[in-house]
Design a protein around this ligand. Structure first.
Ligand SMILES: [Zn+2]
Length: 72
């Protein structure tokens, strides 16, 4: 039997799964395509000068944007 995948690991999540959630533990906004995520990232940059990157999420298989820190 394969190892079960827990939705919420007991320890601090690392890597791409962690990228699905904000620091507060709520799910981030998900975009269906990279283009949508990129548009949102560009809008954020335009409005507030925040530089965000886009990445595909292994958790929900959609796209998120986030700061350029792995530890977000
Ligand atoms: Zn996700």
């Amino acid at each position: 039997m394969k190892s079960r995948r827990r939705r919420q690991p007991p320890t601090r999540p690392l890597g791409r799964v962690a990228s699905h959630f904000t620091r507060e533990g709520t799910a981030k906004t998900a975009y269906r395509t990279q283009a949508e995520a990129a548009s949102a990232a560009q809008l954020a940059w335009t409005l507030s000068g925040v530089e965000l990157n886009t990445y595909r999420c292994d958790y929900c298989f959609q796209w998120h944007i986030g700061k350029r820190y792995r530890d977000d």
